[in-house]
Design a protein around this ligand. Structure first.
Ligand code: SF4
Length: 288
């Protein structure tokens, strides 16, 4: 299936416009996410309709604490991600696609996701588990149908989508949880991406009246020093104001970081205090 957002370049190259990597691909090459491929000068999406996970979750699990409280949200994902975080808790699906290998997943149409959402009395659909940006077309088609049925659309995202993607989804988007890792050095060294793009996207979403909650995973040795936390809290406060909801999450060893210790409880409490001191009103500790 042909992608929605890309440019054709000379010599059968294409430029993907879906996320801020803006991958330029030669014929036969896949992007960083490994689910978009240049086939003879046409950008193809390989993961459309290929659901790798679906479930009904409490909305608080996204986590969203100040939106449709106490309800369940129908959730689904495809494989793939545009970041490569070595601590990813969902790495088995986010990092699953490999160049040249088929994309795994069960074929489920957007209409079927809507049918299930209504059948299970969920007032919302969450595009979650992996990164919804990389299954943009699948999410977008589902979001449009969801809106027609009066359902809310929620993205649980790393926030590294392009402005073109944001423009496309904003009319249908109701709430987001953005995973903000904070320090630019972490994005550069570990994840691929950058903090500036994500903060800019947060501001655009706020302006569009999208309900925003932020999650920050505090990882020992990476972003848990008082000055790191101060910088992260300051970014969030400056971009979104005092009413933002900030979830500070405890790290558990996972994926390539199995030897890193669990975040100490006192670090989480310190982070909460720093956030309050900066002026953020709604702070919750997660994974404890
Ligand atoms: S979605 Fe992002 S990572 Fe994937 S091909 Fe497009 S620009 Fe590259």
């Amino acid at each position: 299936m042909e992608a929605m957002l890309y440019q054709k370049l000379s010599n059968s190259k294409v430029k993907c416009l879906v996320c801020n990597h803006y991958c330029i691909l030669q014929n036969g090459q896949r992007g960083i996410c490994a689910v978009r491929e240049n086939k003879n000068g046409i950008m193809h999406i390989l993961n459309y309709s290929k659901t790798i996970a679906s479930s009904i979750d409490p909305i608080e699990k996204k986590p969203l604490y100040h939106f449709l409280q106490g309800t369940s949200t129908y959730s689904f994902a495809t494989v793939g991600c545009n970041m490569k975080c070595p601590w990813c808790q969902n790495y088995d699906i986010s990092q699953r696609p490999k160049p040249g290998k088929p994309i795994e997943g069960i074929t489920i149409s957007p209409q079927e996701h809507i049918r299930r959402t209504i059948h299970y009395n969920c007032p919302s659909i969450s595009y979650t588990y992996s990164e919804p940006t990389i299954f943009l077309e699948y999410a977008y088609d589902t979001m449009k149908l969801a809106k027609e049925k009066g359902l809310k659309n929620i993205w649980v995202t790393n926030g590294f989508m392009s402005k073109e993607t944001l423009e496309l989804i904003l009319p249908y988007l109701d709430a987001v949880n953005i995973d903000y890792k904070g320090l630019n050095s972490i994005y550069k060294e570990y994840c691929l991406g950058d903090a500036i793009t994500i903060l800019d996207n947060m501001k655009i979403m706020k302006k569009a009246n999208i309900h925003i909650e932020i999650t920050t995973l505090l990882i020992p040795g990476l972003n848990d020093k008082p000055e790191d936390i101060q910088s992260i809290a300051n970014d969030i406060f400056t971009s979104l104001g005092d009413n933002v909801v900030w979830h500070i999450s405890r790290f558990f060893p996972a994926y390539k970081m199995k030897n890193t210790p669990i975040t100490p409880r006192k670090t989480l409490l310190m982070a909460k205090q720093i956030g309050h001191d900066i002026g953020i009103k709604n702070i919750y500790l997660g994974n404890i």
